[in-house]
Design a protein around this ligand. Structure first.
Ligand code: ADP
Ligand code: MG
Length: 488
């Protein structure tokens, strides 16, 4: 942001003071990562530590040679995506996709039945649109072949207040399959997939054969989560079920949203405290509450309200009289502010900040004539602080799982040799749209001693757009083919 002579006013000083509370230094990042690694290892030993470390039973990334047609369904915290993925066996694919915003009342519905019935109907509409002959064939002949379906389920567990234990997976598939069968759709769920794992698989399939496969997948959307490739020898808790042991490793779903729920290293501002107190799951998902899209807009809202708590420097009163808002505006309603305003604030570098002022009008509900350039400047200062802290924490998490997964050390003929690159697949609207998210993440990667500046340059971070749904399809296909091999 360019500095202007107007920057040194009492009001802008107040904004800077609020912003400075979000500062998270390189030392903080290092301390945080030490604790992150401790919790990762704990999760490999016990069944219920704060990061669950759930085995995915996926032991290798896709190669690009896979072939077949499958359906992927991705239920995020905000969007439902249904797609069909046809893999041609040469890293290319044909993807058809539909997307819908999940009606919010379904996310908090008393019974999950309404939600699953809604999803089944979306699958039916998608098939009618994109694969109409399959429905007809299924109606004419009940022994008609089925689509394998992978269900990427990142249901915001924090909204319904339950914690997904491993066993819930079974119920989720059963419930959705039940609704699918009621509609007589030619679809069989063959895999329940975590969205970060899906992101890895979709990027892995699409990369050229000679490229390093992704060993890390991370989501920064409504929520945040990460999956990484873990050496089997360090997993001391029991792994039930069958899996291919020949690779010596398995992708593990960290559930890192709940990292440091006891707040031993995470930053704490008064806004974090208030957000947590008014959330549906106080003391849970504490990492996520500082990083993901569901919370960043609310943090900004709370911090902006605090700007106004200073009697001598009232905000949003450009005309000098009256006040640009009343108590019914989104600025005064909890959870009413979407985190996309942070991206707009970061993007608008104009002198007048007109785009941002318009966004403030639209998303905070303040009348345009009351929003001065100085008001917008203050919002920009605070938004940047919140966004930067989120991205630095995100980078800390990615760096920590890279260290845990020993991404740079590859064993070849019994010798440990340094791998040239590590590949990270990311997806989600926050990492996709917030300007500079990756650069801030890289700042954290450089701060970590076991990574540093030299290795940081050798970490690829690739965006797998809508990767969760496509990846769910890829995994469904692999699962169906594996089953077929077992049966024959
Ligand atoms: P899902 O989590 O359902 O898979 P997304 O990855 O699209 O969906 O993430 C949606 C979240 O991203 C919402 O919390 C929303 O507030 C946030 N978001 C959407 N657009 C932006 C943007 N331009 N900048 C920052 N956050 C955004
Ligand atoms: Mg998603």
């Amino acid at each position: 942001m360019s500095t202007s002579p107007n920057d040194d006013t009492p009001r802008i000083r107040r904004a800077n003071a609020i912003a400075s509370q979000f500062c998270y230094t390189d030392d903080d990042i290092r301390r945080c990562s030490t604790e992150f690694l401790r919790e990762l290892r704990l999760g490999l030993q016990q069944k219920r530590p704060s990061m669950c470390q759930i085995p995915t039973y996926l032991t290798r990334a896709a190669t690009g040679h896979e072939k077949g047609l499958a359906i992927g369904v991705d239920l995020g915290g905000t969007n439902l995506r249904v797609c069909s993925v046809e893999l041609h066996g040469d890293s290319t694919s044909t993807v058809l996709q539909s997307q819908a915003r999940v009606p919010p009342e379904l996310m908090v519905a008393k019974t999950s039945r309404e939600l699953f019935s809604y999803i089944a109907k979306q699958i039916r509409d998608f098939l009618l649109d994109c694969h109409p002959s399959s429905i007809k064939a299924a109606q004419d002949d009940s022994s008609h072949s089925f689509f394998a379906l992978g269900f990427a389920f990142s249901f915001p567990v924090y909204q319904s207040g339950f914690d997904i234990p491993d066993a819930v997976g079974q119920d989720v598939c059963k419930s959705l399959q039940g609704e699918i069968d009621l509609l007589c759709l030619p679809v069989k769920i063959t895999a329940l997939v975590n969205d970060a794992a899906g992101t890895i698989m979709s990027r892995a399939y699409a990369l050229p054969p000679a490229h390093t496969r992704p060993s890390i997948g991370a989501i920064f959307g409504t929520g945040t989560n990460g999956v990484y490739l873990q050496n089997l020898s360090e997993i001391t808790k029991p792994l039930d079920g069958d899996y291919d042991k020949t690779t010596g490793s398995m992708f593990i779903n960290t559930e890192w949203g709940s990292f440091d729920n006891h707040l031993s290293v995470l930053p704490i501002t008064p806004y974090d405290v208030e957000l947590n107190e008014h959330s549906v799951n106080p003391q849970n998902q504490m990492f996520e509450k500082r990083v993901s899209g569901m919370f960043l807009g609310e943090l900004l809202r709370l911090a902006i309200l605090d700007l106004d708590s200073d009697e001598s420097a009232k905000w949003f009163r450009a005309s000098g009289v009256g006040c640009g808002f009343d108590s019914s505006t989104p600025l005064h309603r909890r959870w009413a502010v979407d985190s996309s305003i942070l991206s707009v604030a970061e993007l608008d570098n104009s002198e007048s900040l007109l785009t941002l002022r318009n966004k403030i009008h639209l998303s905070l509900g303040i009348r345009k004539e009351y929003i001065s350039e100085e008001d917008a400047r203050a919002v920009k200062i605070i938004a940047r602080a919140i966004g930067t802290r989120a991205a630095r924490l995100a980078g800390m998490a990615i760096g920590s799982v890279i260290i845990q997964s020993q991404g740079f050390d590859q064993t070849s003929n019994g010798e440990v040799v340094e791998e040239t690159t590590v590949d990270v697949a990311v997806d989600g609207s926050v990492v996709e749209h917030y300007p500079g998210f990756e650069q801030h993440m890289r700042g954290s990667l450089r701060a970590l001693e076991k990574i540093g500046g030299e290795r940081e340059c050798r970490i690829n971070i690739g965006h797998a757009k809508d990767g969760s749904g496509v990846g769910a399809g890829v995994i469904a296909l692999l699962a169906a083919q594996q089953k077929a091999t077992v049966l024959s």
